[in-house]
Design a protein around this ligand. Structure first.
Ligand code: DI6
Ligand code: FE
Length: 397
């Protein structure tokens, strides 16, 4: 396929803008990219798709989501609006645990149907690769069920899906007061089984007072590393337990949320190249007031990704462009940083080296936007100026 008359943001260096550009794809890869006037003769006869000056970016990558779950939490939304805090909701057995009950009760087919509806919303806003976590089953069987569903999404949609084991997301009622036993009896065994069954690409945990301690996370991560699986962590979302220091020290791909991270965590991440995944949807929904230290990450050279954290409790948002707008307006990220956060740095947070930028040899995952400059993607609120999607070199009708 040949795309002509495009305004391309390759995202290779800054925006990497090329005006009046052409892109040639071959199979699922980019074969050539550059200015129209330099297009090699060999490509002139290819069937052309005229972009009419539209902006072309790498397909967006949502590197943090929880879209497989049963039920919804509109009632909890109402409870919070009547004054309850997130922690109070959690301690009252609501929050994550109400979704656990609904997820355990749901059939695989029902979970898949609702996850596909959510994936469609993400696709409609420009996502071509998404990460999906388990963590609402919290038994061996229910975690595996969630991961099988997450793996199936890619059989029904052109999306690329990476799956992450997150059994260490919450302590289920049957393990109340016995979180060490939960790690030994459910989290680590389900990790072994999920890996043996080829169901996971990475391992995550929620390191927090209402969830798991750094020592418990470290045990889980040791198991992950013994299997050669990459690790990532929900770190410093509500308090500073030094999860980022631990995770970066073990070579984590990313530390996510990080509102309460302090200088030692930032330094540890910078040293290893761990990505900070900024999740403004959860910040917004929880009406959090402590912003992640964007200026400190910037100064230390910590790459920042931006993701939806799509989940039923703290972040019922499907749109990456909306998350980018929030990252700019709430956290003062620049539009360039926001787009790097959903392309090149999001790829890095997932350990992908064949997407997130546009260059020969990389995956031909592209978005064509009704926009003339990439800053428009962050600037607009709740708009989806997506015109055309190309997944692995294929036009999505
Ligand atoms: N932090 C969050 O914001 C979500 N998970 C997590 O570890 C919340 C998940 C939920 O409330 O369902
Ligand atoms: Fe999350």
């Amino acid at each position: 396929m040949l795309l002509t008359h495009a305004t391309v943001a390759t995202m290779t260096e800054g925006y990497g803008l090329i005006d009046d550009a052409a892109v040639v794809t071959e199979g699922d890869r980019i074969a050539w990219i550059g200015q129209m006037c330099d297009l090699p003769k060999a490509h002139h006869a290819l069937p052309a798709h005229d972009c009419a000056g539209r902006l072309v970016t790498p397909g967006l990558i949502d590197c943090h989501s929880h879209i497989v779950f049963g039920g919804h939490r509109a009632a909890e939304f109402e409870m919070r609006l009547n004054g309850a805090s997130y922690e109070e909701v959690a301690r009252a057995g609501g929050g994550i645990l109400s979704t656990v009950t609904a997820t355990r009760a749901a059939s695989e087919a029902d979970l898949l149907a609702s996850a596909l509806a959510r994936a469609d919303m993400m696709i409609a806003a420009g996502a071509t690769t998404i990460e999906v976590k388990s963590g609402y089953g919290l038994t061996l069987e229910d975690e595996l069920k969630m991961l099988r569903v997450a793996r199936q999404i890619a059989n029904h949609r052109p999306l690329r899906v990476l799956t992450t084991h997150l059994a260490a997301h919450a302590i289920p009622p049957e393990y109340k007061g016995r979180s060490d036993d939960y790690i030994d009896e459910v989290a680590i065994p389900s990790l072994h089984t999920a890996h043996a069954q080829g169901l996971i690409d990475a391992v995550d945990a929620f390191c927090e007072g209402i969830a798991f301690s750094p020592a418990q996370v470290a045990r889980l991560f040791q198991a992950a590393k013994s299997m050669g699986l990459p690790i990532k962590l929900h770190a410093e979302q509500l308090s500073d337990l030094k999860g980022a220091v631990l995770a970066a020290g073990m070579g984590a791909l990313s530390c996510d949320h990080v509102e309460y991270i302090s200088a030692d965590g930032v330094a540890a991440m910078a040293q290893v190249g761990t990505v900070a995944v900024i999740l403004p949807g959860a910040f917004y929904t929880l009406r959090e007031t402590q912003s992640p230290p964007i200026a400190a990450f910037r100064a230390a050279g910590v790459p920042m990704a931006v993701a939806t954290d799509f989940n039923p409790g703290s972040s019922p948002i499907a749109s990456l462009p909306l998350a980018m707008n929030m990252a700019c307006t709430l956290f003062r990220m620049t539009p360039l940083e926001a787009l790097q956060g959903t392309t090149v740095h999001a790829a890095r947070a997932l350990g992908l080296d064949d997407s997130g930028t546009l260059a020969p040899g990389l995956r031909a995952d592209l978005c064509l936007w009704d926009a003339s400059h990439p800053a428009e993607l962050s600037y607009r609120i709740g708009a989806t100026p997506l015109h055309t999607r190309i997944f692995g070199g294929r036009l999505d009708a």
